[in-house]
Design a protein around this ligand. Sequence first.
Ligand code: XBP
Ligand code: MG
Length: 254
Amino acid sequence: MFGEEQQLAQLRAVIWDVDGTIAETERDGHRVAFNRAFEALGVAWRWDEGLYGRLLEVSGGYERLLHDMAQRPLAPSSPAAREALARRVHARKNIEYVELVAAGGIGLREGVRRLMDECRAAGVLVAIATTTGRANVESLFAREFGGNWELGFAAVLCAEDAPVKKPDPSIYIEALRRLGISAAEAVAIEDSPNGLKAAHQAGIRTLVTPSAYFLGEAFPEAALQVPGLDARVRVGASEFERCDLALLRTLVQP
Ligand code: XBP
Ligand code: MG
């Protein structure tokens, strides 16, 4: 029984992460682009899939480069020289990434377009909270959603919009502020431990659909974990054919 003052929260927005959630951009995009940048700039090392998966512990491509260089004997020894190299590699990586995406190298993960469209049709806002840069989002979204893609999103928050990256919750807190809603009125969709921590610390119930690198990971703070958005899901006594809006609504009204 609910008292008069206790109202069930309504789902007003779904806030999506990008890398790993909307597309497998880490394994097939950023990692490949980093290696192309290393090669183009004469850097002596490469990142294979296993190593890159471990490096994903660090959010942000620039920060990831610095973290990796700290353990590399071949990296410049002074912090200033490392930072300069990381800036050059990161800038080149983003150019390579945009080219790779424009060439159609990465598609959306299953169910993403369907669920976004279902939300919009029902008047539920669709928003983005990602730690990657806006140019990278622009390249992927223009290709997948068309040149006017921004019209379909109520808020798009990228690296440029939050000073500290996930797992810090600031990007989600800022997304809620721009949407003009409370955490109880949103659901986040994430693929990684850092992303989940960020959304959870902002007080947002989170659906986790792990990307390739996090399939074996435990996500204790998730409101729900699914193998993919098109997978059949059981929540309590209810069964859902796939992750649809009805399922997302149950997450804000547990
Ligand atoms: C994931 C990240 C990003 C990307 C690379 O972001 O941590 O750093 O790996 O992008 P999310 P940049 O899952 O929040 O979308 O090189 O632009 O940082
Ligand atoms: Mg992610």
